[in-house]
Design a binder for this molecule. Structure first.
Ligand code: FAD
Length: 636
């Protein structure tokens, strides 16, 4: 049975009391401990800077040429916090409740409450670092609304919130580099986790410029390696996002939790062709002012501006009057699909709906809209050659975020002692559906305010500096990493790695995407195995292993996606209920909404690896709700 180590006591006091009772490491002893942080997005950078400031020795690894290029820079819309500056009734309790409900009651109460509680400290810290959040006329930080909330609690820096937050975290990190407390290893990919006697003791890496395979030992390893949306090939994530670090840790014994909980974001630029390699997000903030609609008549091929008002179906406003266009992402996505399935989709493919700003421009003026969303409008126009100030945008759902990840307890430690997982890489606080602007909040909460406390509790119980890299376990793992590299280079087949990845993505999108059913998932399981089999027979990976070789890097990541996808499909298959981003067609209400089955499925599914192509073993963590009452989610 998995022990989540949730502290006792009233929900509101758990974190404070826990911080007061967990073990500390004496300041003079901190410098004797070595911590590895893999990943320099918001989660990794904030954790590394804070741990170093506390006095630990920190080594940080990332695959980009600079920590500042981590995928977190892509975050556009904002970060949530319960400051209640607009005085519209927000509170920690409301942020907690919205997040639990938004996640369709499939996350831990204690974690989510803690997240809401520390949200305000994140804003204070970032402001102190100089993050240029937008401000309103009084000088207070401005807020806007995101889906699944009836208050404005999203702090933002135009459409570049992630980038500005990462610059803040990076300057904090740079200070520690200057002090000698942090050493950064850019262009270095973690290929394996070293586990000795069941405890995480280090990692094996590949230098992406020279191909050198190296070992690094530490007293604790922190994975902050982001999400795995790119398993689906087309996603809004940066092309380098991958599952490799957490999948390889999983193969070494770390449980993978809820892999089938993936988020499909409703407002992305639609797919326009077979050879597209990437999808672009249009921030959810646009739904503050943009109205979603389709023509009432199916097959209506007129241009948007030629369709009169009374022939338009503003289906979200109609169906969900309380939340309108700001329903959570899972609902907005499923409803868009439903409209397109009924033949009301627009554009050349019929796989799109409109997001229209005409009413907002009429009400507020073009300048205000430009001020709020100017860079997003420019981006849309550059990609589509359509001016969204004059014609509605066309949008369609796309893979965007993964709520699943490595299982962690309340301390953010995996089932392997010494292995901590933070940010999008862990199974997180978002249950089956993440609300907009909550990922940045969670990554920074983990890195700045939670891990620095909980890791001390672990380290205080272990003597410092126990491991050196000359142990057999490191040699064996290095040899295996080298052999895998050789194996990839020696396949010498005829098909590009990209073509396998694209095929995998199509299988997942078709059978494990916006809607899933038993028959389709079983077909996917078979198909993924076949694609993986052919990959190892017929892929072509050019170049050498002792040099910069991006084809080789990519091949390793696709090989991992091909193994991991089976675990994701197993998870989707075994969860015979609908919840949040996981919509099982066999489990829906009469109105077509997701139908949860709390009696049978109110648990976290944590999977144990049993071999490639073998059925993983399911471990359950029962979710106990003491504060909130489980109810059918309604946004009407
Ligand atoms: C287009 C877009 C817009 C978004 N907008 C918002 C928003 O407005 N608000 C919000 O809350 N959320 C938003 N999100 C989600 C949010 O940006 C991410 O969930 C979050 O930034 C993830 O941060 P992270 O630190 O966990 O991981 P990342 O930022 O993905 O960083 C991962 C790090 O791990 C490193 N890494 C990965 N694998 C390895 C390996 N094997 N070895 C070594 N290093 C490795 C990478 O180099 C990188 O440094 C958005 C997401 C997208 C795609």
């Amino acid at each position: 049975m998995l022990d989540s180590k949730i502290p006792k006591g009233p929900l509101k006091d758990k974190w404070t009391q826990h911080k007061n009772s967990i073990k500390l490491v004496n300041p003079a002893n901190k410098r004797k401990y070595h911590i590895i942080v893999v990943g320099t997005g918001l989660a990794g950078s904030s954790a590394a800077a804070t741990l170093a400031e506390l006095g630990y020795n920190v080594r940080v690894f990332c695959i980009q040429d600079s920590p500042r290029r981590a995928h977190s820079v892509a975050a556009q819309g904002g970060i949530n916090a319960a400051k209640n500056y607009p005085n519209d009734g927000d509170s920690i309790q409301r942020l907690f409740y919205d997040t639990i409900k938004g996640g369709d009651f499939r996350s831990r109460e204690a974690n989510v409450y803690r997240l809401a509680e520390v949200s305000n400290s994140i804003i204070d810290q970032c402001v102190a670092q100089g993050v240029p959040f937008a401000r309103e006329y009084s000088g207070y930080l401005d807020n806007r609304s995101f889906g699944g909330a009836q208050v404005s609690r999203t702090f933002y820096a135009r459409g570049q919130t992630g980038q500005q937050l990462l610059l803040g975290a990076y300057s904090a990190l740079s200070k520690e580099v200057g002090k000698g407390a942090v050493k950064i290893y850019p262009r270095t990919e973690m290929l394996d986790l070293i586990v000795i006697d069941g405890v995480a003791r280090g990692i094996v890496t590949r230098n992406l410029l020279t191909g050198a395979i190296e070992s690094h030992a530490a007293d604790a390893v922190v994975l902050a390696t982001g999400g795995y949306s790119n398993a689906f090939y087309l996603s809004t994530n940066a092309k380098a996002c991958n599952v490799t670090a957490i999948w390889r840790a999983h193969k070494k014994g770390a449980y993978f939790a809820n892999p089938c909980y993936t988020q499909i974001h409703p407002t992305c630029i639609p797919v326009h062709g077979e050879y597209q390699s990437k999808l672009t997000l249009m921030s959810e903030s646009l739904r503050n002012d943009g109205r979603v609609w389709v023509p009432k008549k199916s097959g209506d091929r007129r241009r948007a501006n030629d369709i009169p008002e009374d022939e338009r179906d503003y289906y979200l406003e109609e169906k969900y009057p309380s939340f309108g266009n700001l329903v959570p992402r899972d609902l907005a996505s499923r409803n868009a699909k439903e409209q397109c399935d009924q033949g009301k989709g627009v554009g050349a493919t019929g796989q799109a709906v409109y997001l229209d700003f005409a009413e907002a421009i009429g009400r507020l003026g073009k300048d205000v809209i430009k001020e709020r969303y100017g860079n997003l409008f420019d981006m849309y126009q550059k990609i589509t050659d359509v001016d969204p100030y004059k014609e509605p945008m066309m949008i369609y759902p796309a893979l965007h975020y993964t709520m699943g990840g490595l299982w962690v307890d309340y301390h953010l430690m995996s089932n392997l002692p010494g292995l901590f997982v933070i940010g999008e890489a862990n199974f997180s606080d978002h249950g089956a559906n993440r609300l907009g602007a909550s990922a940045l909040m969670q990554g920074l909460a983990d890195g700045y305010f939670i891990l620095p406390y909980t890791i001390a509790d672990y380290l205080a119980g272990c003597p410092a500096g126990r491991v050196e890299t000359d142990l057999d376990e490191f040699r064996t793992a290095e040899k295996q990493a080298e052999e895998k590299t050789e194996k990839l280079l020696n396949i010498n087949g005829k098909r590009t790695v990209d073509s396998f990845h694209r095929e995998l993505g199509k299988v997942l999108w078709e059978y494990c995407g916006m809607a899933r059913n038993e028959k389709g998932l079983k077909a996917a399981l078979g198909r993924v195995g076949e694609v993986r089999g052919e990959f190892w027979e017929n892929a072509i990976v050019p170049g050498a292993g002792n040099d910069l070789n991006q084809s080789l890097e990519y091949a390793g990541r696709v090989a991992d996606f091909l193994e991991f996808s089976e675990c994701m499909v197993h998870d989707a298959l075994s969860r015979r209920e609908s919840c949040g981003g996981h919509f099982r067609e066999e489990s829906q209400t009469q109105e077509g909404e997701a139908l949860r089955k709390d009696k049978d499925f109110a648990y976290v599914a944590a999977w144990e690896f049993k071999g490639v192509g073998e059925n993983p073993i399911l471990h359950k963590e029962d979710l106990k709700f003491e504060e909130v009452e489980l109810s059918q989610r309604s946004y009407k």
